[in-house]
Structure formats: structure tokens, C-alpha cells
Design a protein. Structure first.
Length: 82
């Protein structure tokens, strides 16, 4: 299993979410990433090297460092604000 790290931006956005069900969905997706880091959709262009997973209505952006066996959760953003 890989180690998970959170950025300041991710922690801030996650702390602002008040809906308990949505928070649980996000936590479940993080567990899924932890078990299989390549589960997310690989991004192109500017975001090359990162992956995203959909947590309706948000996108969970992360990067997987294979050599360190580390997943860094970068951002949690709304698709419209992309």
C-alpha cells in the first residue's frame, strides 16, 4: 500500500465541506487511490503527470510518485471552475 500526503490547498478545501456524505465519498475515493494509485484518469497538457478521479460534483487531483511509493493529493475542485 502507498503512503498518502495532502497539500495545504486540499486540506483547506476538504475542511470547508459541510456535507458528511460527500466527505465520506471523498474518503472512500482516497482509500481506492491508496489501494491502486493508477485508478485515476491520466491528465494531458498542463496537468501531465497527474491523475484525476471524479467525486460528484468534484474532481480529485493527485500525483503518484512511483519511486517513493507516495500519492500526493493536490486539489479538490469543481469541474466548472477548471
Amino acid at each position: 500500500m502507498v503512503e498518502v500526503e495532502f497539500t495545504k490547498e486540499f486540506r483547506f478545501i476538504f475542511s470547508k465541506i459541510k456535507d458528511a456524505l460527500l466527505k465520506q465519498k471523498i474518503i472512500n475515493q482516497i482509500k481506492k487511490i491508496k489501494n491502486n494509485p493508477s485508478v485515476g484518469k491520466p491528465m494531458k497538457n498542463v496537468r501531465k503527470g497527474t491523475r484525476e478521479l471524479h467525486v460528484k460534483p468534484f474532481r480529485l487531483s493527485y500525483i503518484y510518485y512511483v519511486d517513493k511509493d507516495l500519492v500526493c493529493l493536490l486539489d479538490l475542485y469543481h469541474k466548472k471552475k477548471q
